[in-house]
Design a protein around this ligand. Structure first.
Ligand code: GUN
Ligand code: FE
Length: 441
């Protein structure tokens, strides 16, 4: 195998650091190196040690930039790449006015195929190497998504949205067709290369009880698949859910009653929770997902990170494009920091960068492969430049610690701060626009 060595300043996490003195939780190497071969990380350590292991390796010198595990986005909607930045509505109106009409366009497989390439370009240009996506109701959108991911050798998770009511006719399936289509897509994609399938009932409002029941059957039959849906994002949504499911004790109780709650369940938003719902999350180890830019954009509410963590509930963080307003996990942390400030909760920059790498990987149960620079893991790596813009460079002149540099990246950084993104050892970055405009319809 051909060896490649990336030289730079290295930051890697073992656990969530409380602050910079918490050196058990992370390692920082000023003159570090990562040795790659065959899409894997062979060794990470001090440059002098690593270069001695493979004196013939080709060296890419990224100094003075920071090398970190690639970012992980745990909740994003692939068919909403042309919905992002749609004006004026809260959740249910936003879905009906903008999102559902846009998703109907994915009935055309050619449209899905064109958008999948754009979508994955955007992710990698923003430093994201793994995402958990909702595709559209159309199985062809899932094929487009995983086909494009396979071409790039990306570790991607996703699935066909199941929705059989309260949406346009062109966007609904039936309990049986959603079962058959999901089953066929699992057989076709789950475990193929780096692909993982997520069983994806959109949310309680767009599924009949019959469909949630059949989704529960899929979860039982495929315990190694992920499961994803939305939970308690918006007050009108919660009230409508209670009307549609009058026998459920609360919103989470709907999913609980159909056997959907497992440690592999990702629950987007999880903002307005009752104490019973929090107990059920703690018991079932289903995972809430914080979507800060989306929650602010749709006026949905403030996610209680400290409250959930205090109950031992591990949560993930995500963009939720197209209600989210940035593909950047850095900008997601920026808004996340502000959401926590409004609740007098602290987010140390080291914990922030752990969250979008190893923290999200742990929630997915994939921390042995991604979100880490450990020997033997997959070579998904991001190269960060904290002096990428004039404002960042000027502020960096007054920065003295690693934590300050990370906070500058988090508050001021976006795709411009992503110097390079490696997926399975291969550099991806094409240009800072991140697009192939000729492919856009
Ligand atoms: N709830 C159901 N569908 C969606 C969606 O596409 N985006 C968001 N933010 N919430 C949802
Ligand atoms: Fe969402």
């Amino acid at each position: 195998d051909q060896y490649t060595l990336l030289r730079g300043r290295i930051l890697d996490f073992h656990a969530a650091p409380q602050d910079e003195t918490d050196t058990e939780a992370y390692r920082y190497i000023e003159d570090g190196a990562i040795l790659l071969a065959g899409g894997k990380i062979k060794a990470t350590g001090a440059f002098a040690e690593i270069v001695a292991l493979a004196p013939d390796a080709s060296i890419t010198d990224h100094r003075p930039n920071l090398l970190m595990a690639g970012f992980i986005d745990t909740h994003v909607h692939f068919p909403q790449v042309q919905v992002i930045a749609s004006w004026g509505a809260q959740l249910l109106d936003w879905l009906n006015s903008y999102t559902f009409p846009e998703e109907t366009r994915f009935a055309d497989p050619a449209h899905g195929a064109a958008m999948a390439g754009q979508f994955l370009d955007l992710l990698t240009c923003h430093g994201t190497t793994t995402a958990v996506a909702y595709c559209s109701v159309h199985p062809a959108s899932v094929d487009a998504y995983f086909t494009e991911a396979a071409q790039r050798n990306m570790c991607m998770i996703g699935g066909k949205v199941m929705m059989d009511r309260n949406a346009p006719e062109a966007l609904t399936d039936t309990p049986q067709s959603s079962y058959d289509d999901s089953k066929a897509l699992i057989a076709k994609w789950h475990g193929k290369g780096r692909a993982h399938y997520a069983i994806t009932p959109r949310f309680a409002i767009t599924s009949t009880p019959e469909q949630l029941e059949i989704a529960g059957a899929l979860v039982t039959e495929h315990p190694d698949c992920f499961v994803q849906t939305h939970l308690s994002e918006n007050h009108d949504e919660i009230a409508y859910t209670a009307e549609l499911y009058p026998d459920a004790p609360d919103y989470l109780g709907v999913y609980e009653n159909y056997g959907l709650l497992t440690p592999k369940m990702l629950l987007g938003h999880s903002i307005h929770l009752t104490s019973r719902e929090i107990d059920v999350l703690a018991e079932t180890r289903a995972k809430p997902v914080f979507c800060p830019t989306s929650n602010l954009f749709l006026g949905s509410g403030l996610f209680d990170d400290a409250g959930l963590r205090g109950r031992g509930i591990q949560n993930a963080i995500a963009t939720d494009i197209g209600a989210g307003t940035s593909y950047s996990m850095l900008q997601t942390l920026n808004e996340g920091y502000k959401v926590l400030q409004l609740q007098n909760q602290k987010l140390h920059p080291l914990r922030a960068f752990h969250w979008i790498t190893r923290g999200n990987a742990e929630v997915l149960g994939l921390a042995d492969r991604i979100g880490t620079l450990a020997n033997g893991s997959d070579a998904d790596i991001v190269v960060l430049n904290a002096r990428a813009t004039p404002a960042m460079a000027l502020r960096m002149q007054r920065a003295q610690t690693l934590s300050e540099e990370l906070f500058i990246l988090q508050m001021l950084g976006d795709d411009r701060a992503i110097e390079e993104t490696y997926v399975a050892g291969v550099p991806q970055k094409r240009d800072h626009a991140g697009a192939r405009p000729e492919a856009v319809q």
